[in-house]
Design a protein around this ligand. Sequence first.
Ligand code: ADP
Length: 555
Amino acid sequence: MRLKGNRLWGHDNRFRLILTLVLAVLLPAVALIYVNFQHLESIKRDKKVEALIHRDFQYVLAVSEKRLNQKAYRLTDEVRDLFPAPDIDSEVEKARKLDFILSKNPGLAHVFLFDRDKGLLLRSQPQQLNDKYCRVEHDLMEKSFSGWFGMEGKMLVEGMHKKVRPYTWYTSLTKRADGDAYVTTALFVLPQVSRDRVVMGGASFDPNYLKQTFFPEMLDELINQKLTEDKGERLAMMVYPTEEGTEDKPLATSAGWSKGKPEITRKLDDVFRGFALGIKFQGTTVDAIGHRWVMQSFLILGVLSLLMIGGLVLTYRNVSKEMALAHLKSDFVSNVSHELRTPLALIRLYAETLELGRITTQEKKQDYYRIIRKESERLTALINNILDFSRIEAGRKEYDFRETDIAELVRNTLDAYRFQIEQQGFAFEQHIESSIPAVRVDREAIARALVNLINNALKYSVHEKFLGVKLYRANDLLKLEVIDRGIGITRREQSKIFEKFYRTGDPLVHNTKGSGLGLSLVRHITQAHGGEVQVESTPGKGSKFTLSLPLATAT
Ligand code: ADP
């Protein structure tokens, strides 16, 4: 009944442990992993990482446009300040001043001054006029500007006066020796001229300057700035003319553009209308980065999940180990009480019988005395075991090593037990080598270890009752063997029997008194002597316990 109750109790506890682990750890963790997994899935499905990068790209392009415009405005502002005064300067003076501007700004191809009353004065970089294409451009501009400004000049001037910055920009296609080229022109009104006059100035950026200097330098600067802001993948940017309709033909690129299409483009307005900016990563794509990020996150989630499962298994194993120990302890208490009760009852019974004086024959009396002594010895042995054990547990066990003739120690211990052994019907064989040198041991402890082993052999033998004890020397080791032909121990349990409280599942063991402490003491004692204890056993055939003590402790 007790056993069943105990089992049930253990069962119940295990169930509660599993329930706690499942409810408190597994479920929340699985939910968390599931939610994270779904989240990652949605990031992957909706390409959220890519969208985030694209938004960042768009922002970079917007900022870049602003910076390009600022630079262009700054350059033209400087030029505008140097412009001749249309009403004061003579025509010669005006031409001289315009030429001066050109000489100071090699990035400009042409500068011009338009006055509706006096006509157009257009000057070009002198050395460029040797170039056939520049000449054509010069002539063409002179002609088309005169016509255009003559017709729409008033409207243009009025429009510019209304703006915060009095500029109008336009970009046109032209030709150079190496093919198509783009010239960007700024028109502006002059500060010192009254608002109702149709007078304006202008400056055209040289196509080669834009292509080879202005854009590449600006793009590099912008990218370097972005790089110091966030240390991610390296970016590359380019400018291309929109009317070409192709993103593959950049007009100018930053370093590291190599080839390919931009990830994100932005059509420019205001100064560089007609151009667009493109941006991408150097050597990789947004898709690849998004994919990598998602994969990495999945990997991390996977590793975390595995760690969690590992932790859970570990916790479960540890806690069930503790629970098993608690279970063993409760068994131990009932085993020990049981074991104390039997000898006490016997001692009392025989002592009372003697006291009553009913026993007349001396021989019978002797028998009773012997039983009382034997049972008291058993009690002492048990209590000694428990005391030793509690000292060991508290770390207070001390050994008293002394020079000892171990053969004699073993012989004496066996002699004390010989009668009991033979009385229980055991065939007893002992083999003790006599030429063993003296060793330093704790006599009491070694004797107790031997007694524990002998007691086990007596307890756990049913059919064939045999006990053998051997003491011999093997090289540097001293071997003490206790052999029986009893019930034996399964291989699985052989490693556990040395643990405290452990008793095997054999039904005979359950019906035999015991505390499960004996072998754990034996092991502790042998280890304290620098040795070890081993067991060889076959279930149903018998067991052999061997203590090996190093002879090096000999002096
Ligand atoms: P106890 O004998 O008090 O139960 P021990 O620590 O001495 O405790 O032994 C632990 C267990 O090992 C025993 O309960 C028994 O199951 C097993 N055992 C020990 N010695 C033998 C042996 N000689 N033959 C078979 N089983 C043994």
